[in-house]
Design a protein around this ligand. Structure first.
Ligand SMILES: *[C@@H]1O[C@H](CO)[C@@H](O)[C@H](O)[C@H]1NC(C)=O
Length: 220
């Protein structure tokens, strides 16, 4: 008698445990699921308000942890010169980004936010970051491998501030020096500009060996 009651109790406990685990399980959070399955699962769970929020990028000055969670904000940017304090350290930046991220992760679906910054010649908004010459000067070097290494150094200094997204490079082809942002162009020659896009592999690392170059196509 006693042993069958014990068996019943342990079966019941196991059943409850399975139910609990199933309720916690979300396909979109499972890295073993194919990307398309994860995306469809997540989109299927999102409300309209969450979708609108995820498509919205707000400026740093308005991005409190509360705003991030209340409006499901997808990304934040530092506009030109928008810094947490005039001489903020890398640690100050990282704390600020972490605080916003806590707000995003506390939401129902826990979608992390992305923080982006104009790190176009070094992490040029951050106090004491290495400032490299602007693109017009780098183009004049005709040295794509140097530019790649500048991208690597910039990525490191951006990551040090807790940021994972650089709005760079500018690949404008300046044909008229009267344009106010000509300095952001590597050259008036598109071939030189194209050669200097090594900055991208510097910033984000070389493509994985199995990368096909084709965009990922998901779908049901
Ligand atoms: C964002 O911040 C700016 C500057 O402090 C302020 O003028 C503006 O009202 C804020 N916007 C919102 C929606 O809070």
């Amino acid at each position: 008698m006693g042993s069958s009651r014990n068996k019943f109790t342990s079966l019941l406990l196991m059943f409850c445990l399975v139910v609990l685990v199933r309720a916690e399980y979300a396909k979109y959070k499972d890295p073993k699921q194919p990307l398309a399955v994860r995306i469809n699962d997540l989109l299927g769970r999102m409300t309209l308000a969450e979708k609108i929020g995820q498509m919205t990028q707000i400026e740093r000055v308005n991005a409190t942890a509360e705003a991030m969670s209340k409006y499901f904000i997808g990304s934040v940017l530092s506009g030109g010169g928008s810094v947490p304090a005039p001489q903020a350290s890398a640690g100050d930046w990282a704390s600020m980004v972490n605080e916003m991220q806590k707000g995003s992760l506390s939401t129902r679906l826990g979608i992390p936010m992305i923080y982006g910054i104009d790190a176009v010649h070094g992490n040029n908004n951050a106090y004491r970051a290495t400032i490299f010459p602007h693109n017009i000067g780098l183009g004049a070097t005709r040295d794509p491998m140097l530019v790649k290494r500048i991208g690597e150094a910039t990525a490191l200094e951006v990551r040090a501030t807790g940021i994972s997204y650089a709005f760079a490079p500018c690949i404008a082809v300046c044909r008229d020096p009267r344009w106010g942002r000509c300095y952001e162009s590597y050259s008036e020659d598109p071939k030189v500009v194209q050669a200097m896009t090594t900055l991208i592999s510097g910033l984000q690392g070389d493509a994985p060996s199995d990368y096909t170059g084709r965009p990922y196509v998901g779908g049901r």
